[in-house]
Design a protein around this ligand. Structure first.
Ligand SMILES: [Cu+2]
Length: 147
């Protein structure tokens, strides 16, 4: 009897070990920093196609020393940014990082970002999973002169 229980335990453990992470990303882009600026922003849409909520707790890339989740709030009629420690993506829902709302804040940007077209951002979840999304580097000039 003891052996059966043990086997069951092992079976459960191995099932849990399989990462149930099904996140799809679209429109991932990071703005090339304006000359003289050390910070820039990244936007994307993340959809949770899995069977459990996903909570993002970290983000990192080679493009900057620090990468934070930021959001905006209106205080006394002024829009202010603040750091958000976690970003929850409920099952079946899409979280949008966009201008004027939730965004990725690249702080202390590496000069090498200027010469690249793509930057990988690795997100970490509360359950210990990691996934990497490639971001297109968009220069402001190109965007404004888009035909
Ligand atoms: Cu910000």
């Amino acid at each position: 009897m003891k052996i059966i229980v043990l086997l069951l335990g092992l079976l459960l453990a191995s099932t849990n070990a399989i990462a149930d992470l099904s996140i799809s990303a679209t429109d991932a882009s990071v703005r090339a920093p304006i000359p003289g600026m050390k910070n820039t922003v990244g936007y994307l849409k993340l959809t949770n196609n899995g069977i459990s909520d996903v909570v993002l707790v970290s983000a990192q890339s080679n493009a900057s020393k620090v990468l934070e989740f930021h959001n905006h709030e209106m205080t006394d009629g002024v829009m202010r940014m603040y750091q958000q420690q976690e970003v929850k993506i409920p099952v079946g829902e899409t979280v949008v990082f966009q201008s004027g709302g939730l965004h990725l804040m690249f702080l202390d940007v590496e000069p090498s970002l200027k010469g690249t077209n793509s930057v990988d951002v690795t997100f970490g979840t509360k359950s210990g999973d990691k996934f990497t999304i490639p971001f297109n580097v968009e220069s402001i000039k190109v965007k404004h002169h888009h035909h």
